[in-house]
Design a protein around this ligand. Structure first.
Ligand code: AMP
Length: 120
């Protein structure tokens, strides 16, 4: 799937729409999810134009990948969920139900999260 430069996270990266920013560096932006599913629900996105984890792991430079995953750990520690435990989710492609076609990792925590995958 080609990258859609008008997706909502691309607009956030361009500053066209606001976000509740948690963390930023040269390669990564992190902000709170608009519709939190847990007391802590934060998104981490690369600044590069990658549609999903498949695109990113195939095409991103090593420094982009390192920065992305280091940011996930950093944010989880800073937000206090590393101590109590958290879950990361990245929906990729049609079967996952991915809604926004710009790679993002959800960090969820602050309560017991239940089963990893709902029964079909
Ligand atoms: P996914 O289904 O994995 O693509 O998740 C997309 C996530 O983006 C959902 O959890 C939405 O609540 C969240 N979301 C959509 N628009 C915004 C926005 N403008 N700011 C923050 N989070 C958003």
């Amino acid at each position: 799937m080609p990258y859609d430069p008008d997706n909502i996270f691309a607009k956030i990266l361009r500053g066209d729409i606001p976000c509740d920013k948690v963390y930023e560096d040269d390669h990564v932006l992190s902000f709170r999810d608009l519709h939190p599913q847990a007391p802590t629900h934060i998104l981490v996105i690369p600044k590069g134009a990658y549609t999903d984890m498949d695109d990113f792991t195939a095409n991103a430079a090593p420094e982009e990948m390192a920065a992305f995953f280091k940011a996930v750990g950093h944010v989880a520690r800073e937000e206090g969920v590393a101590e109590t435990g958290y879950r990361i989710i990245s929906n990729c492609g049609v079967n996952s139900g991915q809604e926004v076609p710009h790679l993002h990792i959800h960090i969820l925590g602050g309560r017991k999260l239940g089963r990893m995958v709902a029964a079909a």
